[in-house]
Write a protein that binds this ligand. Structure first.
Ligand SMILES: [Fe+2]
Length: 205
């Protein structure tokens, strides 16, 4: 299970919400990025070329969504290195390996299924739309006992950091929303657990 610093160090001032489900953390950070950077990211991910290959798990593999796989070396660029610095500064797990970065382009009508990303995984979700309204929906739902327990909106520039062992799902934009819901997901893997503590999670994208 990933562990986060209780005081979050220098990133504490950006923390909007912190909650826990069965001992696993969800942290929401706002105001980390300049508006000019958010605008550039919105433009980039709006025009990027996606493939319709993402699914929440093997069980729901029939339901595909648009995804852009980014090389982990993208972390060398400014925005990605900022996110990387946040995560390495607030986690206590060493070594923490960045396994994957991908962008999601969600549209109205998609179905998102509850899943976990891994028991030893830190997930970071950057909300890449420069504008978003409550009527657009697109929230991320976190489950406890098979019911939504925490709900987080994709407010512009927001960073949602959570333990990949929490059952969660995204959601597409509402019918009234003419915008795609764009997010950038980072998947970090913590130090290996011993076999006796490891359980097989459902695979997810
Ligand atoms: Fe996920």
């Amino acid at each position: 299970m990933p562990h986060f610093l209780s005081d979050l160090g220098r990133y504490r001032k950006y923390l909007s919400r912190r909650s826990t489900i069965d001992g696993r953390d969800i942290l929401v950070f706002d105001w980390l990025f300049q508006k000019s950077s958010q605008r550039l990211l919105d433009e980039y991910f709006r025009k990027a070329k996606y493939s319709c290959i993402a699914s929440d798990s093997d069980e729901y593999g029939h339901s595909k969504r648009w995804l852009l796989e980014l090389a982990p070396r993208a972390v060398a660029t400014e925005f990605f290195s900022e996110v990387d610095d946040v995560i390495r500064s607030i986690t206590t797990d060493r070594p923490l390996e960045l396994r994957r970065i991908h962008a999601n382009f969600n549209t109205y009508g998609e179905v998102h299924y509850p899943h976990i990303d891994g028991l030893n995984v830190v997930v970071v979700l950057y909300a890449a739309n420069i504008k978003w309204s409550p009527a657009c929906h697109g929230e991320t739902f976190f489950f406890k006992n098979e019911e939504p327990y925490e709900v987080v909106s994709p407010l512009p520039g927001r960073l949602i950091v959570f333990d990949g062992g929490i059952t969660h799902r995204g959601s597409g934009p509402s019918r009234d929303c003419w915008e795609p819901r764009m997010t950038v997901a980072f998947k970090y893997v913590g130090p290996r657990m011993s076999k006796s503590r490891r359980r097989a999670p459902k695979r997810s994208s």
